[in-house]
Ligand binder design. Sequence first.
Ligand code: E4P
Length: 227
Amino acid sequence: MRLYIDSADLKEIAFLNEYYPISGVTTNPSIIVKENRPYLELLTEIRGIIGEEKELFVQVIGDTAEEMVDEAKFINQQISGNVVVKVPVTEEGLKAIKLLSEENIPSLATTIYTSFQALMAAMAGAKYVAPYVNRIDNLTGSGVNVTAEIVELFASYHLSTEVLAASFKNVQQVHDVCLAGAQTATVAPDIIKKFIAFPSTSQDVAVFKKEWQNVYGSDKTNLINSK
Ligand code: E4P
């Protein structure tokens, strides 16, 4: 499983990139505008934090396939390193994904609500598809079931496109798409931090430390004998 940060908050990205096993950062127009600053400058700073190797996802805004392709090329010129262009699965978006694939420009098909949207995007050459798990749940569907169907369809048809599950409101949803076979997920910082938060862990750690230091002295660690 590969994990991405779904945020453009530089402080959060810097923290999570240092402490967690992160493969990159995903953005969308709503995430970018939240930071309220020139977007290319912001994306360049994100690139500076995560380095050139990790993937940075940027969404196109245009209505036509040609506009989307032009935006994709512009973004790739402006932002160094591994960039993936996010393209919504409209008809124009599907055409854009085909054109980008012909030019070997990696794309992610976004705003996916059904497994068939994902199938079309994969057949068009998308590198990733992003089922919107929580938004599907909010429509009384099951984001996890849609994700599981996509995984199954891609396996049946030997499609190399990966699932990058998106739109989460809690850890359980992320847990369930992992079990459903999603290769990757993008998650907001507050939810990522809850992945390992469990009170018993901190309690156990405190007891271990207390027992050790009762015998070897307060403030002592395994470095007791080191110089
Ligand atoms: C990915 O970047 C998606 O756009 C994002 O996960 C959507 O999340 P939301 O439904 O919480 O806005």
